[in-house]
Write a protein that binds this ligand. Sequence first.
Ligand code: SAM
Ligand code: SF4
Length: 330
Amino acid sequence: MIDRYDRHIDYLRVSVTDRCNLRCTYCMPKEGFSLIGHDDILRYEEILRIIRIAAGQGITKVRITGGEPFVRRGVVDFIASLRTVPEVTDVSLTTNGILLETYAEGLYEAGIRRINVSLDSLKADKYARITRGGDIEAVLRGIRKVRRMGFSPIKVNIVAIKGFNDDEILDFARLTLDAPYQVRFIELMPLGRAGVENDGQFLANDVVMERIAALGTLEPVSGSGDKGAGPARLYRLAGAQGQIGFISPVSRHFCKSCNRLRLTADGHLRTCLLSDDEVDLKGPLRAGAQDEQIGALIRGAIARKPRKHGISCDESLIKKCVKEMTAIGG
Ligand code: SAM
Ligand code: SF4
C-alpha cells in the first residue's frame, strides 16, 4: 500500500511480548515498568489473523521482535505458522541472543534464515552491566551456532552509547574482517522513561564512522541507502567478509523512505516508532470485527502515518513516547 507521502508500506514488525530476560538500561527504566496483563497480550492466533489481513493490504515482510521473542512460549511454532500466509515472503527475527543457541534448530526448521542479534559490548563485565545481568557467553555461542548453521545475513546490532561502548567501536568493526557479519551501529533513541535516564549518552553515527576510518576506508555497499533497501547505510572495510551498517534515526532520519508498521504486544498498530498515535486492533478483533473492518482500520492507520518524527540531535534526549521499547518492539 502507498501512503500519502508516496511511501510503499510493506513491512510489519510484530512485538510478540513485552517480557524480556534482560533489562538493558537504554530500553527499560531502572525501576522497571508495569507489564501488559496476560489477557491484554495478543494471542498467537490473533497475531496471525492480523498478519494475514495486513498481507492482504500489501505487507510482505514481517519481523518478530519484543521484548525478547524467545521468552514467549511457543514462539518458534508461531513463526513456523507464518508460512501459511503466502504473501509474506520474508520473515526475520530480532533477539538478544541469550536463548538463541537453544532455539536455533527450531528457527531453521521454521524457515528463518535472517536474524538480528543485539550485542552492545564485547566485554563480559560491560555486557552484564548494560543488560543488568546478561551472560555474554550465551549470546556468543548463539551467534556462532547460527553462523555454522548457515543463517544469513546475521546482523549484530549495537546501540552506540557515549561513555559506555564508544571505546569498543573499532573492536566491533573488526568483527567484520574475518566473518560475514553485518555489524550495525544504531543511534540511541529517547523512548519512554529509559529515554529520560539515558539523557546525555547520545552518540551520532558520523562520529562512529570517523572513528572506524582509523581501520581503513569504508567503501559504500551498492544499493544500500536506496529507497526500499532498509534504513542502514552499509559499508565494507577493504577485504572484509562482512559489512558495517549505520542506522541513524536521530541524526539522519529515514522517515522519507520508512516502509514500516508496528504491531505492539497489546494489539495496537503503530505507524511511527517515535509517536504514540496508535490504532487499537485488539478491541475490534475481540468484539467480533470482520476481516474487512480490521483491514479498514489498517488502511486508516497507514493514511495517518506521520511524514516524519520530531527528534533531532539538537535537542537533549527527552521523554518522547509514553510506551517503553519492549512493548513496541524496537
Ligand atoms: N530483545 C530483542 C533485542 O534486544 O534484540 C528485541 C527487542 S529490542 C526492543 C529491538 C532493538 O531495539 C534492539 O536492537 C535494541 O538494541 C533496540 N533498542 C532498544 N531500545 C533502544 C533505544 N532506546 N535506542 C535505540 N535502539 C534501541
Ligand atoms: Fe530486552 Fe531487547 Fe530491551 Fe534489552 S533491548 S531489555 S534485550 S527488549
